[in-house]
Design a protein around this ligand. Structure first.
Ligand code: BGC
Length: 278
């Protein structure tokens, strides 16, 4: 097992040199790994988080050790005023934002009949409204700045962190699946509207990744074996798998990729139950 911040086994190409990235929910799990990967690819990185000052500082320290800039920004992505203030501060500190990874997300699981409105609203508020607020602020900055050819062919890039559950229904997690289904059409509609301005918007849809959000799904051998019945590739995803995908998707290597969801899931969306049935 590698930890969320362990470096890749290959030399990360410096595809994002000189770019400024903001990653939300970047003090743990997938967000921390994405932030580190973008930094290893040469980007300066703003680390958004809402709780866990020490963990955010650890990510900042780990990134600055690679030779680029990083700074932590405490803000609740579901709060409009906090998002506005965060973007203003990031632009003041870094000059602009070239890449937004709208990653912050959580689960509040419950059987449907007993799901509380608070559980529903919390998940929709962070996972969907939070991505809307951050994407809107990023687009406003992209429109203000426009294309800088020495930096990127695009006027800005947004990666929405979705999930395999934007297509796979998930009983017991109706709020979460609804939020990710919302992310799918929000992303596609934003991408369609903003592509003529050379703003490039896509999603990454992780499958089962070894992070704190789903510890119960992998921490015991029994749980891990059960999980593997859903993953044709036969291993759990590591946070670095998502970081590597984010570097490429944010870079000009992916300049013609617009409005696409990149599934990084070891084949979880291939209906593995049908390999011996149906
Ligand atoms: C969820 C995880 C889950 C994975 C695969 C993710 O979006 O956050 O809890 O393990 O999907 O089902």
């Amino acid at each position: 097992m590698t930890d969320a911040l362990s470096p890749p086994a290959f030399a990360m190409p410096r595809l994002l040199a000189g770019q400024k990235a903001l990653v939300t929910g970047a003090n743990s799990g997938i967000g921390a790994a994405v932030a580190l990967a973008l930094a290893q690819a040469g980007a300066d990185v703003a680390i958004n988080y809402v709780a866990g000052d020490d963990a955010a500082q650890a990510v900042v320290d780990r990134i600055t050790a690679t030779g680029v800039r990083a700074k932590a920004y405490k803000a609740d992505v579901s709060d409009e005023a906090q998002v506005t203030a965060m973007f203003a501060q990031v632009v003041a500190d870094f000059g602009t934002v070239d890449i937004l990874v709208a990653n912050a997300g959580l689960q509040r699981d419950a059987a449907f009949a007993s799901m509380t409105l608070a559980q529903w609203n919390t998940v929709l508020g962070i996972n969907l409204t939070g991505q809307f607020l951050c994407a809107r602020a990023a687009v406003q900055e992209f429109q203000r700045r426009g294309i800088v050819p020495a930096i990127s062919r695009a006027a800005g890039k947004i990666i929405c962190m979705s999930s395999v559950h934007e297509v796979i229904p998930w009983g017991g997690h109706v709020n979460y699946a609804a939020s990710k289904g919302g992310v799918k059409l929000m992303m596609e509609s934003m991408a369609q509207e903003l592509a003529p301005q050379h703003i490039r918007i896509n999603s990454i849809a992780p499958g089962a990744i070894r992070t704190p959000i789903n510890t119960a799904a992998w921490e015991t051998p029994e749980a891990y074996d059960k999980l593997m019945t859903l993953v044709p590739y036969g291993r759990i995803g590591e946070p670095e798998d998502i970081g590597n995908a984010a570097v490429w998707l944010a870079s000009d290597m992916a300049d013609y990729i617009v409005g696409t969801t990149l599934f990084v899931d070891g084949g979880m969306t291939l209906y593995p139950g049908f390999s011996t049935n149906g």
